[in-house]
Design a protein around this ligand. Structure first.
Ligand code: DAH
Length: 360
């Protein structure tokens, strides 16, 4: 004989969702005990039916309700168990098991951003796919200029909507143009990023990194340029004995132009930047290009060169990284060799700050 109290008791004590489902089938399934009782109603007389009908209906309702409430309880127990199981201890030291590392190029770019931010420079960016007007023409490098050939440019087969030839930018200088055309002076930006030239040997890779600097304001002169570069290089190399030599040079986008050399000392086959002197141990090495922004470039960007002047500079980021951290083959930068990265890479948490030591 079916006992509803026994059934409810069994349901309330079901220990797993599977066990509960088995009980549901046992009582309410197609051939379940309660289902069979309901089927019997059909063979009963009117009288029997009016007393057993409500009774069996009650069994069905009670069993359903008991199953539903047990199901909720079991499901939340399952969830609790999973949450307890998958718990992550946020108080563990984050570098307990370091994985991956920051590439020296990224690290140096972060260092540059930190150093220049302290001098009031913002970081600007531009696309790596550029048009020849911004990469060359606006920078005072007309079509016939030999500098165009010198850049070993990668061109795309199609022109853009305005009929301009498209290319992979050969330097970060087009960001100067983009910045001057999109914001009003005073401007103080650096623009780090990838550049491309069809060139490859131990010191050249088809893709490499530059950082561009640009200042546009009233009354800017070369003294500002020299002070900025000196302050930057002292902070970057973390030493006070950085000595610069400005050598007259030529770039189409600057007038006058200066190549900047830095004094260094040869030590154990490595160039250590810093110091200078006439002794045999010291020498000069060319480090970056710079100059006062050419009036024509300022005018090309729609600014009045009688009102606005400025200086610009460009330097290889990979080169800066090699000099500071002692790598000697540029190609290794882009091999993706995990052993190289483990050796030269930086911890994700060693974010450069001026207060904490720029490369600490
Ligand atoms: N764009 C030059 C290059 O890639 C580097 C350069 C030289 C940038 C002088 C400048 C500059 O802004 O003033 O060779």
């Amino acid at each position: 004989m079916f006992d509803i109290n026994q059934a409810i008791l069994a349901i309330d004590h079901a220990e797993t969702l599977d066990a509960l489902e088995a009980l549901r089938v046992q009582f309410l399934g197609k051939n379940g005990e309660i289902t069979l009782l309901m089927k019997k109603l059909g063979q009963m007389t009117q009288d029997e039916r009016s007393s057993f009908g409500p009774l069996f209906n009650g069994y069905q309702r009670e069993a359903n309700a008991a199953i539903a409430s047990r199901k909720t309880a079991l499901e939340s127990a399952v969830l609790d168990a999973r949450l307890a199981n998958e718990r992550i201890d946020m108080t563990l030291p984050a570098d307990a098991a370091p994985k991956g590392s920051i590439h020296p190029v990224s690290q140096v770019m972060d260092e540059l951003a930190e150093i220049f931010a302290d001098m009031g420079f913002a970081v600007a960016t531009g696309p790596e796919i550029e048009d020849d007007w911004r990469n060359f023409t606006a920078l005072n490098i007309p079509e016939t200029h030999p500098a165009r050939a010198m850049h070993d440019t990668f061109y795309f087969p199609d022109k853009d909507a305005e009929g301009r030839a498209m290319l992979l930018r050969t330097h970060t200088s087009p960001v100067q143009i983009r910045t001057m055309m999109s914001q009003q002076p005073p401007i103080r930006i650096i623009a780090p990023g990838r550049v491309y030239r069809s060139d490859s040997d131990a010191t050249h890779t088809p893709m490499f990194h530059q950082v561009e600097g640009l200042v546009i304001d009233r009354g800017i002169h070369m003294g500002h340029l020299k002070w900025t570069l000196e302050t930057f290089l002292k902070a970057y190399f973390e030493r006070d004995d950085i000595v610069l030599r400005l050598r007259p040079s030529y770039f189409p986008f600057t007038e006058p132009s200066a190549e900047v050399d830095v004094g260094y000392k040869q030590e154990k086959g490595r160039r250590i930047v810093g110091g200078h002197g006439d002794d045999d141990a010291h020498a000069w090495m060319e480090l970056l290009g710079s100059g006062m922004v050419n009036r024509r470039v300022i005018a090309n960007c729609g600014l009045d060169p009688d009102e606005w002047q400025g200086f610009a500079f460009g330097v290889g980021v990979d080169r800066l990284a090699m000099l500071k951290y002692g790598m000697d083959d540029l190609r290794a930068f882009f091999d993706g060799d995990l052993r190289w990265l483990a050796h030269y890479g930086f911890g994700a948490l060693s974010v450069p700050t001026l207060s904490g030591g720029i490369s600490a």
